[in-house]
Write a protein that binds this ligand. Structure first.
Ligand code: SAH
Ligand code: SF4
Ligand code: F3S
Length: 445
């Protein structure tokens, strides 16, 4: 395979794009490409893009600009744009940046090998269809390469919720769930290749309703229970969930399913009912808080994380304070927060905008509150034992880094540890972004 062509992929955006990039590399592997870490070596560069906020989308064009010298030095270098910007902007990308040879949307990347052949012939290739064939199915014959201890597995795609600020329903299309049998098959394959923790992915993963092995629909909880039976799989996570799809069986699974980790990402976006209504979220601050109560009743130590948008159109200081109040009440272990960004084609982009200074000021206040909560939750781990799944070497010699059940990064200096190992760690220190500790003596079985 010395003459394999080389593919460089850069991934932006959410975990679903990380999963998709792996699948694109596999599809291109079948077309004789091997992945490289340096764009300078590549015969093809693919940017797997994100359209969620203006900055994310603009980054694509500045990145493309930076590849210009590479293209000038090597006219055979092919450049492609994949993902959500590809879906949203399609042909426009090629007119704005003529150097781009190929544009492929997130639902058509199984057709990459044919598209590659076309661009090798000096033509342009564009595919932003939502095809009827299952892109996952055509990617089943992948190589049995060894994997690291953790993996993503997409089980659901698209979104029917149409929050007024969000492009996902347009870039990823309608909600679709993969059949349970396919998911279980893929999970078993991952475990055979060394994976011990699987994170199930979906834009609305808890709305999963895939076909069950004997017909009928399976809920996400049912799927998680089936995964729980796979020997060798130690941990199950899922993301991202919508509050309105948090069903009773899923809440109960958090209390009962031993491999399901005590971490839940449950975005609320705002704590003001007036804004939630304008966002088309279809829940209130109160219903969210009651939901968190029920989840914590099922699993008291669960760590909750969330997403917030500040400066949504018409948000007042009083609305923003309601968000801070909600955050105080929930006590988040982690959160992502963003200034509202106008997205073309979404309803909220047409409304009266909050000025940038107010957005920046609110973001700063929100983030300092969240950081305080996050640090307090982290600090409370000191002196306790947590189970850590080790993933890779740390920065210092002999150091290994892994994740606790609560998704905190934990580093331990102990040369006896290897990636994939699950060990009990006594937490001795809490830093800005991670915990440190030493191996705890395992209790006798
Ligand atoms: N499906 C997931 C979120 C997908 S997008 C969910 O419903 O939670 C991830 C996050 O990006 C969102 O939760 C939201 O906080 C943020 N986001 C989406 N559109 C945005 C916009 N126009 N401006 C700012 N943040 C946005
Ligand atoms: Fe976007 Fe709302 Fe769908 Fe999440 S639920 S992907 S925020 S439209
Ligand atoms: Fe971005 Fe598309 Fe994910 S817009 S957040 S890459 S679904």
């Amino acid at each position: 395979m010395t003459d394999a062509k080389k593919l460089y992929i850069r991934t932006y955006g959410c975990q679903m794009n990380v999963y998709d990039s792996e699948r694109m590399a596999e599809a291109m592997g079948a077309a004789g490409y091997r992945q490289t870490d340096s764009p300078e070596d590549a015969d093809m560069i693919l940017l797997n893009t994100c359209h969620i906020r203006e900055k994310a989308a603009e980054k694509v064009y500045s990145e493309l600009g930076r590849f210009k010298p590479l293209r000038e030095a090597n006219p055979d270098l092919k450049i492609g744009v994949a993902g959500c910007v590809a879906q949203a902007e399609g042909e426009e990308i090629m007119s704005r940046q003529p150097m781009v040879d190929l544009v492929v949307g997130p639902q058509s990347y199984h057709r990459l090998p044919q598209m590659e052949a076309r661009v090798r012939d000096g033509k342009k290739a564009l595919d932003t269809d939502f095809p009827v064939e299952d892109k996952f199915d055509t990617l089943r014959n992948r190589p049995k390469a060894r994997r690291g201890p953790t993996a993503f597995l997409t089980v659901q795609e698209g979104c029917d919720k149409f929050c007024a600020f969000c492009v996902v329903p347009y870039t990823r299309g309608a909600e679709v769930s993969r059949p349970a049998t396919r998911v279980l098959e893929e999970a078993r394959d991952l475990v055979e290749r060394g994976v011990r923790e699987i994170t199930l992915l979906g834009q609305n993963v808890n709305a999963y309703h895939g076909e069950g092995p004997e017909g009928g629909d399976w809920s996400l909880a049912r799927l998680i229970w089936a995964l729980n039976d796979i020997d060798g799989l130690e941990r199950i996570r899922f993301t991202t969930s919508h509050p309105n799809d948090m069903t009773d069986d899923l809440i109960a699974a958090h209390g009962q399913c031993e491999k399901l980790m005590p971490y839940l990402h449950l975005p609320v976006q705002s704590g003001s009912d007036r804004i939630l209504k304008r966002m088309n979220r279809k829940h209130t601050a109160e219903s969210y808080l009651r939901l968190i109560e029920r989840i914590r009743a099922a699993r008291p130590d669960i760590l909750i994380s969330g997403d917030f948008i500040v400066g949504f159109p018409e948000e007042t200081e009083a609305d923003f304070r309601a968000t801070l109040d909600l955050i105080e009440e929930v006590n988040y272990g982690y959160a992502f927060s963003f200034k509202y960004s106008e997205r073309p084609g979404t309803p909220a982009a047409e409304r009266a905008q909050v000025d940038e200074d107010a957005k920046a000021e609110r973001l700063q206040r929100l983030q300092s509150l969240i950081t305080r909560q996050q640090r307090a939750v982290q600090d409370s781990m000191v002196g306790h034992n947590v189970k850590v799944l080790f993933e890779k070497s740390g920065r210092q010699p002999g150091q290994m880094v892994g994740k606790s059940e609560y998704l905190h990064a934990v580093h331990v200096s102990d040369s006896s540890l290897a990636p994939g190992e699950l060990a009990s760690v006594e937490i001795t220190e809490s830093g800005p972004n991670s915990l440190g500790g030493r191996l705890a003596r395992m209790p006798a079985a």
